[in-house]
Every structure is written in structure tokens, then in C-alpha cells.
Write a protein that binds this ligand. Structure first.
Ligand code: MN
Length: 349
């Protein structure tokens, strides 16, 4: 079955169920929020009563999108029936804990673009060639234009810009721009969306970025040394709990900060470590969120993330580490160096 067949079957499936539960992934990003917001709108337009849940609260920057007020933070469930739509979740553990539920006869529809998606759904609509889940949802809803309202168009355009870094990453393709053009025609306003997403950094967040920028380090490897006119390919920075506290900054203030490290000349691989939690053993102890980005087609960051217990895309991935910051910094750096050396040895670079 080709991608457009799958997309039309998704629409049929959606229309078969009178109640929908939309599930977004943990630490929700623009894509899972935009795509779910548009599906919620489509549900309302087609006379359904959708519900929208996820394990973490939505970042304030996205609250301008429709139906975000209906979003519920739910950590765990034991009962689910009707249609459950997993939105942008590579595996079922990325969303609310408890799937498959002990009770209820839920039909799981898995709509995603991660290439490591585990196909956990009753029905899987996984299109790795799509820039974003929002792009897939655009294809799905396009077959029924009355569902693609100006509000839905705004949400999907937001999801696509978020996952493509504003049409800049290598996942941006012809279809991405066709989708964007169609969404503008349907009522999405690029400048309004850009202002909502980008002109909203707090002063505390700005100062936090300053702290991360001022301590960034770069390094080479035994096979790609610095010097001799070559620049270091790896960059790393970190933020401790104290950094956040001193400036009154919050966890979501680091959103997209790691991408800035990729703007250093010569850098193709960037890492940001950011400390969360309260550090007490009762609450899980140390919690370091690791964000990885790669611009190099030959050395993706997903294998590094997997080695550290996480996952993601070739150009953007992440993991969570439970150890003191100094140990996490050392472990990440050693893992990058080791994998890079291995890949060089295997002639993959
Ligand atoms: Mn996505």
C-alpha cells in the first residue's frame, strides 16, 4: 500500500469512530501539538467529542493554537475505549503510561514519521519520508477539505515549521512546501505564527541562553583533529539546576537552544545537557535531559542517543540520564568519541 492509500484509510478509520482520544508525546513539541490540535478541530467539525491527553503540560508558546485549552495532562490510565490516536509517538511508551489499557477496547491509530516507529498500533500510518506528523495529517485531512479550517491550517503549519526548523532542515522536501502553500491558502498566516513562536522568549530565558553560550566547548576526535585548518565538529554545553534557579528560568526555556550550537562554524554535531528534577533521591535523583543534533549526513545523532538509552531522528534525538552533571558530560563525550571512531574504522564516514 502506498502512502496516499494509507492516508485515505486513516480518514475512513477516523470517521468510523464516534469518540476520539488524541495522545501527544512526553515533552510535547510543535509537531505533536500542531497535529493533535488540527485533528481535534477535525473531530469537532465532524461532530465528534474529541479528548486530548499527554503525560506533560504544553509549553506556553503553543497555547495560541486551537483546542490547547482542552488538553489534559494525564500520567497513566487503565481504561480507554473508542479510537486512540497516537500523534508523533515513535513507540507507545512516549505517551501516557498504560497502553494497551487493562480495560476497554481501544483501537490504536498510530500516526507518525519517526523511522524507528515500532508499529505498535492496531493501524499504523507511519511515513518516514514526511517532514513531520503534521505533514501527514495535512495529507489525511486534504481528502475532506471542510475539515481543513483556518484553525486546523494554522496548527499544521505550526507543526511543520517546528519540525523542519522553519523549512531549513534536511527533512524539508517538495511535499513540505506544497503542504505549506496549501495551508497558507487555507488560512495559515506565516508571520503571525512566526511571531507567536519566536517573539516570546522571557528575559530569564534569554539570560539562561547566555549562560549556555558562554560555556560552550568544541572538540575534535582522533580521526578528525582540530587544528591544521580544520575546525572542531563537536560542540557541547550544559545547564545546571542552579543556572535555572539563579535566573528564574524554566525547563522549556531551553527549547531550540541546542540548535544554536550548530551555528558555530565547522560544528556538525551538538549536545546540550540540561538538569531537571530537584536532585533528591525521593524524586528519582539526578535527571539530565540530553538533546543531540547533527548536521552531518554521515554521522547521525540517533545512534549516540540510543547508546545512552534514548532515541530519535538522525538529525535530532535525545535521552534522559540519571547521574551527576559531571558524569553525564564525560559519558556523553566518551560515547560520541567512541562511536565516531568506530564509524570511521568501519569506513562509514
Ligand atoms: Mn515530529
Amino acid at each position: 500500500m502506498n502512502d496516499s492509500d494509507i492516508c485515505s484509510r486513516v480518514l475512513e478509520t477516523l470517521m468510523r469512530f464516534p469518540s476520539w482520544t488524541l495522545l501527544s508525546h512526553m515533552k510535547p513539541d510543535g509537531d505533536t501539538i500542531g497535529a493533535a490540535s488540527a485533528l481535534f478541530e477535525a473531530g469537532v467539525k465532524s461532530g465528534r467529542k474529541p479528548r486530548w491527553i499527554g503525560p506533560d503540560s504544553l509549553p506556553p508558546a503553543y497555547l495560541f493554537l486551537s483546542h490547547t485549552g482542552a488538553y489534559e495532562t494525564v500520567k497513566e490510565y487503565s481504561f480507554l475505549d473508542g479510537l486512540c490516536v497516537f500523534v508523533d509517538c515513535a513507540n507507545e511508551r512516549r505517551s501516557v503510561v498504560g497502553f494497551p489499557p487493562a480495560e476497554g477496547g481501544a483501537f490504536a491509530l498510530n500516526i507518525d514519521h519517526h523511522e524507528d516507529n515500532t508499529l505498535y498500533g492496531t493501524m499504523n500510518c507511519v511515513v518516514p519520508s514526511a517532514s513531520s506528523t503534521s505533514e501527514i495529517v495535512w495529507r489525511v485531512l486534504s481528502a475532506s477539505p471542510e475539515l481543513l479550517t483556518p484553525e486546523a491550517a494554522r496548527s499544521l503549519y505550526t507543526g511543520i515549521t517546528a519540525d523542519t526548523g522553519g523549512f531549513a532542515f534536511s527533512n524539508t522536501g517538495v511535499t513540505t512546501h506544497l503542504a505549506a502553500a496549501d495551508l497558507i491558502e487555507k488560512g495559515a498566516k506565516p508571520a503571525e505564527i512566526d511571531a507567536a513562536l519566536k517573539q516570546n522568549r522571557t528575559l530569564a530565558g534569554t539570560r539562561l541562553w547566555g549562560a549556555a553560550m558562554s560555556r560552550v566547548v568544541t572538540w575534535g576526535s582522533s580521526t578528525m583533529p582540530c587544528g591544521d585548518g580544520r575546525t572542531a565538529p563537536f560542540a557541547m554545553s550544559w545547564l545546571t539546576r542552579e543556572d535555572f534557579k539563579e535566573r528564574g528560568a524554566e525547563a522549556h526555556d531551553t527549547d531550540s537552544l541546542v540548535n544554536q550550537l550548530l551555528m558555530i562554524r565547522g560544528v556538525t554535531f551538538a549536545v546540550l545537557l540540561s538538569e531537571g528534577g530537584d536532585g533528591s533521591p525521593d524524586n528519582g535523583g539526578h535527571e539530565i535531559r540530553v538533546s543531540l543534533r547533527s548536521r552531518s549526513g554521515s554521522f547521525p545523532c540517533a545512534p549516540v542517543a540510543r547508546e545512552l538509552g534514548g532515541g530519535g531522528h538522525p538529525c535530532a534525538s535525545g535521552t534522559l540520564m540519571h547521574m551527576p552533571m559531571e558524569d553525564a558530560i564525560r559519558t556523553v563525550r566518551e560515547t560520541v568519541d567512541r562511536l565516531y571512531a568506530e564509524w570511521t574504522e568501519q569506513g562509514r564516514l
